[in-house]
Design a protein around this ligand. Structure first.
Ligand code: MG
Length: 349
């Protein structure tokens, strides 16, 4: 088992190891004196893993409850959180009890938000079961739900008490979900780690996935420790996301996964940046080749003008400008604010 310590306002550990799921209760016992634990999971993950986690919790003296919601982004809304609160109440959760988020990004974001707000905040543990959640959304303390007007518009910063990553859970994952996570994995190599990028080029990431997860989480930990509330450095995690979010929106959040959208967004941006002399020559070809190796898109059939106009509505925009993350070269990046009025000229459209 590997351990990564995160020294944010609330300090916690991220544990990575095969088979940790069966000892989840024992590991959670080390961070809480809670009497009760409610496991939150979706209709895909609960049948696979909920029983194992619940029996481990029981063995470690927890009274347990379970809340299962229909899998999918469309569940990530306040009405689901309200049902979750009802289950917390029926399970007699008190301020000293704990919530266990077992699943992908939707589960973690929503259970985290419910934990941040129920009784003005109770502890929660993340057990991410998708690659995307393991390398990204379970780390950093961002929790949220969607509104009809946009994704993640209501939320809170709420750090977990513990994150338990069992890479064996990836064995049951359909390939498209692995690809989804690889979009973020490649991003980490691009923004911070040439060695990670080179390993992804030279080896099959799935053969060394434990180490890949460790590398990605370490990078995210470093960034988040410096900027817990997302006012500065954390922006670099958004590489590929500004165009990526626009692409997701233009696809009505279906047919293109988050990781695919981030991949295409990173590739399109880097191609233009290289042409403009912002990014070192040869970077774009190398990025495209790596994305293709993992079955990820490097372009979009949509017109750049449409992508740019969808980008203007991004929630990461500040004032009249939008912060874009550009690569100097593989492994190194910087943030540059581009005024809305300059965007068409800058991106050559
Ligand atoms: Mg992302």
């Amino acid at each position: 088992m590997k351990k990564i310590h995160v020294a944010t306002g609330r300090k916690y550990d991220i544990l990575i190891g095969r088979g940790l799921l069966d000892n989840a209760g024992g590991l959670i016992r080390t961070v809480t004196k809670a009497l009760r634990a409610v496991v939150v999971s979706d209709s895909n993950v609960a049948p696979l893993y909920a029983e194992r986690v619940i029996s481990s919790l029981k063995e470690n003296g927890f009274e347990t409850g379970l809340f299962v919601f229909p899998a999918g982004e469309s569940s990530k809304r306040l009405s689901t959180v309200e049902k979750m609160y009802d289950r917390f109440f029926e399970s007699d959760l008190t301020r000293t009890d704990i919530v266990v988020a077992l699943g992908g990004g939707v589960t973690g974001d929503m259970a985290g938000f419910a934990s941040a707000t129920y009784l003005r905040g109770i502890d929660f543990v993340q057990i991410p079961t998708t690659l995307l959640a393991q390398v990204d959304s379970s780390v950093g303390g961002k929790t949220a739900v969607d509104l009809p007007s946009g994704k993640n518009l209501v939320g809170a910063f709420w750090q977990p008490s513990l994150v338990i990553i069992d890479p064996d859970t990836l064995l049951t994952l359909p390939e498209e979900f692995l690809r989804d996570g690889m979009g973020e994995v490649v991003k980490y190599g691009c923004i911070r780690s040439l060695p990670l990028f080179e390993r992804l080029e030279g080896e099959n990431a799935y053969d060394i996935i434990d180490e890949v997860i460790y590398d990605c989480v370490s990078i995210k930990r470093d960034v988040v420790e410096h900027d817990e509330r997302d006012t500065g450095e954390r922006a670099i995690l958004n590489f590929g996301h500004t165009f990526g979010h626009a692409l997701e929106k233009l696809h009505n959040y279906s047919g293109l996964t988050h990781g695919e959208a981030v991949a295409a967004g990173a590739a399109i941006l880097t191609r233009i940046a290289e042409r403009k002399g912002v990014t070192e020559k040869g970077t774009s070809d190398r990025l495209d080749a790596l994305l293709k190796k993992y079955g990820l898109p490097t372009d979009s059939e949509l017109a750049l003008a449409d992508i740019l106009s969808a980008t203007r509505g991004d929630k990461k925009s500040t004032g009249k400008g939008i912060n874009f993350v550009f690569l100097d070269r593989i492994g190194s990046c910087f943030v540059k604010k581009i005024e809305i009025s300059d965007m068409a000229a800058f991106f050559g459209n």
